[in-house]
Design a protein around this ligand. Structure first.
Ligand SMILES: [Zn+2]
Length: 251
């Protein structure tokens, strides 16, 4: 039985089908996923071509708010659509394909850390906890789900400190200011002294979330050996000046 969103729309009376809002159409597609979350072609989950394209990408690094972050993909096109579908529409069947570029970014970050310090062994992966509201809404932690699909796991060191506003809709500077002090290490100051960690997240935009995680970990005594994400947004040419400015303002 074909229960895809388009089939459901086709089965409804004409006048009604024209009035179905996009949100409902999206909801139907989530309920009965049948199109590739990357390119939209009729397929299950993520099509072979999109998965192969993600796997073929070479990780790249970028510096945001002073942190060097290794990224598996550019957050654009099929990668952007697939990540949005995975995170916001619960299309967890894309986790396997999306975990490949994340694993590549993590490997690149670890290689860089080991090149800088050959003794840097036993590095632990640390992810950023979901907002309680987001966790309840999604029912899964996006990054931990991708790590599991990659055969990796994180150590739960961070928790939310002071409440902060939803980052959506905030400008770059406002995001950094909004994040400052919002994460803390569960065990408190000194509890992670000497621990070597790699901060891992899904999508890198301004870098304010990763910078806040790194700040919290360092302030509790951990050594942040690097950062890795699935994908990053491109920054404009003035990004460096901007990031320096935000970093100073957020202190
Ligand atoms: Zn596809």
């Amino acid at each position: 039985m074909d229960v895809s969103g388009s089939a459901v729309r086709a089965a409804l009376p004409g006048a009604l089908s024209h009035s179905i809002p996009d949100a409902l159409s999206d909801a139907l597609a989530v309920w009965a996923p049948s199109d590739c979350v990357g390119c939209g072609r009729h397929d299950r989950g993520l099509c072979r071509e999109c998965a192969a394209a993600f796997a073929a990408e070479t990780p790249h690094s970028t510096v945001r708010l002073g942190e060097t972050v290794w990224c598996g993909l550019d957050y654009a096109g099929a990668a952007r659509r697939a990540l949005l579908a995975f995170k916001d529409a619960g299309r967890t069947e894309a986790a396997g394909a999306l975990s490949v570029p994340l694993r590549g970014a993590i490997s690149a970050a670890l290689r860089a850390a080991l090149a800088a310090d050959a003794g840097a062994a036993g590095i632990r992966i640390v992810t950023i906890p979901s907002d309680p509201a987001a966790a309840m809404h999604r029912g899964f932690h996006p990054v931990n789900t991708l790590l599991a699909a990659a055969g990796l796991r994180s150590t739960a060191l961070l928790s939310h400190g002071s409440a902060h506003l939803d980052q959506a809709g905030l400008g770059r500077e406002a995001r950094a200011l909004n994040m400052a002090g919002t994460l803390r290490v569960r065990g408190g100051a000194g509890s992670v002294a000497g621990l070597r960690v790699l901060v891992v997240d899904d999508i890198l935009t301004t870098g304010s979330t990763i910078a806040e995680a790194a700040r919290a970990l360092r302030s509790a005594g951990a050594e942040v050996c690097g950062c890795a994400v699935v994908a990053d947004t491109r920054l404009r040419a003035d990004a460096h000046a901007w990031s320096q400015e935000v970093r100073m303002n957020s202190r």
